[in-house]
Design a protein around this ligand. Structure first.
Ligand SMILES: [Ca+2]
Ligand SMILES: [Ca+2]
Length: 376
């Protein structure tokens, strides 16, 4: 064949259709219309499952609150650190949906309550022997009359010149210390209206909640909310270290407690609310800043016998680690979330399963609260 005729033949061949188009563009032997119908069917099924299984808020959120959906979670921990001796065993709990304040109650909010009601906190009142003596062991001498003045417990970094009444961990019983004067006379909250209120005892927190038409969360509700729907995580944000990536996720203590706070997270004492990112439920500072009062009496062994559904704590309190002279059966309620004094070396109870407790009449400079509210 000549070059010319071969070229003509090649040109003809290139014009001919080389392959017959398949009737099934998907190539799986299934018409594409069927695949679309299948996808719609799966989507519909997922939608129905979601409607049946995921509880949605019962209505518009009350101001400053977020919805914590009904659900089961593992409460407590298997962490063997001695700080968590009372958070064992890890056990399943089921909680109904409820509303939770997105932040700790601020000085501004507490001031509204006081302005509206004339409420006087326990720390602002003269204590009586009738209040004090039942909380002490039998035979302990009553405090002298000059000590019976309005006062509260303030943490101050210990230093050698600061000795009288300052215990080894830095706690001072300061006359005049109260929510308006967090470090005592000479300090005020003028520039701290968006910080959490402190020096409120359980009774003060309970009184605020009632005024606000809310209530304190149960301990189980608090932990369910703080975990943000995550399972088996070390922190309220997940498993990353509090400063992973160079940005602090909570207000705790950096340095050697109680003598040196390097304040790398920005704060020596309280931080304004919403200073750090929220957890997955939209709650701020559920780790650190200030401890938060819960409704429950404190019992170190309660988890061993806790009911699964909406547990509300024991019927009375017991503290096996009560201070010297203190009655271990003195009435104490649960506190949660740790504070600006927590550090991995000392407290570590800013983790979501960490438990604290406090005398119902005693406020401190690192204890505040947030409120919950029923769905209806
Ligand atoms: Ca800090
Ligand atoms: Ca907190």
């Amino acid at each position: 064949m000549s070059k010319k005729s071969r070229a003509r033949q090649n040109a003809k061949a290139s014009q001919s259709p080389a392959v017959v188009p398949p009737t099934d563009p998907g190539g799986w032997g299934v018409p594409w219309q069927s695949l679309v119908m299948l996808a719609i069917g799966i989507g519909f099924g997922v939608g129905v499952w979601w409607l049946l299984n995921v509880e949605r808020p019962p209505g518009p959120a009350p101001e400053g609150m977020v919805w914590i959906p009904r659900g089961k979670f593992k409460m407590g921990t298997e962490d063997t650190n001695r700080r968590f001796f009372d958070a064992h065993p890890e056990h399943e709990v089921e909680i109904d949906g409820f509303w939770m304040d997105e932040t700790e109650v601020t000085n501004a909010k507490f001031a509204e309550f006081v302005a509206a009601t004339g409420y006087v906190t326990v720390a602002e009142q003269k204590p009586t022997l009738e209040q004090i003596m039942p909380n002490l062991l039998p035979g302990v001498e009553p405090p002298p009359p000059e000590k019976l003045v309005p006062a509260s417990l303030v943490f101050n970094t210990p230093d050698p010149s600061h000795s009288e009444a300052n215990d080894a961990n830095g706690w001072d019983w300061v006359p005049g210390a109260c929510w308006r004067h967090p470090e005592g006379p000479g300090s005020d909250i003028k520039d701290r209206m968006d910080h959490p209120v402190v020096h409120v005892c359980w009774k003060d927190a309970d009184a605020y909640c009632k005024w606000a038409g809310k209530r304190l969360p149960t301990e189980a509700e608090w932990e369910r909310a703080a975990r943000g729907g995550l399972t088996g995580k070390t922190y309220v944000w997940g498993d990353e270290a509090p400063d992973e990536g160079g940005k602090w996720r909570c207000n705790i203590w950096q340095g050697t407690f109680p003598v040196k706070n390097t304040q790398i997270d920005g704060y020596l004492r309280t931080a304004p609310v919403k200073s750090y990112p929220p957890n997955a439920y939209g709650l701020y500072e559920v780790a650190g800043n200030v401890w938060e009062w819960c409704a429950d009496w404190y019992g170190p062994d309660y988890y061993a016998s806790s009911p699964v559904k909406n547990p509300t704590g024991p019927t009375s309190s017991f503290d096996p680690h009560a201070h010297q002279n203190e009655n271990p059966y003195a009435p104490k309620r649960v506190q949660r979330g740790g504070s600006f004094l927590c550090s991995d070396g000392f407290c570590a109870r800013y983790k979501p399963y960490g438990r604290g407790r406090g005398d119902v009449d005693t406020g401190q400079s690192h204890v505040g609260f947030r409120c919950a509210k029923d769905a209806k």
